[in-house]
Design a protein around this ligand. Structure first.
Ligand SMILES: [Zn+2]
Length: 292
């Protein structure tokens, strides 16, 4: 009897594992309703024929919108966006947002996306945004770290603010967590490529306490996949590394995302007739995003 009990238990475990695997493959679990993993999707995209010459240089591993910069991963010099600019006196970059001081800088490309998002918030009657910080050099972070300490600021080199892709935005109406501005961004930022980087329920993953004011640009479709599946950047990069490719639809347009490990970089072929973006993850991987 004892042996039959063990065999039955073993069979039940195997059956459960097989069902789980099937459910995962079919996309019934794991990924959100609109995100599905598609193996070999890149075959459907016409790729360039570049002969033996590598199309992607190693430098690319440390550049791009999906770089992970946190307590474990330090930014490399090439990680800072090349188009950092002051926001003061440029209404096309500021949108309707106020600024805490006149020295705030950000990637120009990201500031334009931010301004478009703030315009959309205004259509919903949410208008009291105040930007308090954008791009920070390592020297500025060093000063902040010395003044405020490790509980408030990351050591120089380990802050997302060095990328030029992150900004702190508050409300002139009160605490961001309770203000309409904070609630609107938490709900809608993903549609514009931004994510709330340090949510309250992910402090164990990010290692950072809840920061309702800190938003990071990662671009579409990544922000939407992260929101639908409740993932922070650390978890999203783990998912990409595991799934290798994800195909997803945002507002009726289909995006393909593919992850490459460090040993595959030299063999990557880029799409011939589709727009795409490359980004390193700052931990050895490279992500190819193919746009609709
Ligand atoms: Zn911040």
């Amino acid at each position: 009897m004892k042996r039959w009990g063990i065999i039955t238990t073993l069979l039940a475990v195997l059956l459960a594992a097989a069902l789980f695997r099937l459910a995962e493959q079919r996309g019934w679990i794991g990924l959100g309703a609109e995100a599905k993993s598609v193996d070999g999707m890149i075959q459907e995209i016409a790729l360039r024929d570049s002969g033996d010459k590598p199309e992607v240089e190693e430098d690319q591993l440390y550049k791009g919108d999906l770089l992970l910069v946190n307590g474990d991963y330090k930014i490399r010099p090439q990680g800072t966006q090349p188009d950092i600019t002051e926001l003061a006196g440029k209404p096309e970059l500021l949108g309707r947002a106020a600024m805490l001081d006149h020295k705030i800088e950000l990637s120009r490309r990201v500031a334009l996306k931010f301004a478009a998002m703030i315009d959309a918030a205004a259509q919903d009657g949410v208008t009291h945004f105040m930007i308090s910080s954008g791009y920070r050099s390592e020297a500025e972070q060093s000063k902040l770290y010395a003044e405020k300490g490790g509980d408030y600021a990351l050591p120089p080199g380990y802050s997302e603010h060095h990328l030029g892709l992150a900004l702190d935005v508050g409300s002139t109406q009160g605490m961001m967590a309770n203000a309409d501005e904070g609630k609107w961004l938490e709900k809608n930022a993903a549609r514009y490529g931004f994510v709330l980087r340090y949510p309250a329920d992910k402090t164990d993953v990010t290692g950072i306490s809840f920061e309702p004011w800190h938003f990071r640009y990662v671009g579409l479709p990544h922000s939407m996949i992260m929101q639908r599946n409740n993932l922070v950047l650390e978890e999203y990069l783990d998912l990409l590394q595991e799934k290798r490719s994800i195909s997803t639809t945002v507002e009726g347009r289909e995006y393909d995302v593919r992850y490459y490990g460090p040993e595959e970089i030299s063999q990557i072929r880029l799409p011939k007739n589709r727009d795409y973006a490359l980004s390193g993850d700052n931990r050895g991987g490279l992500i190819l995003t193919v746009y609709p």
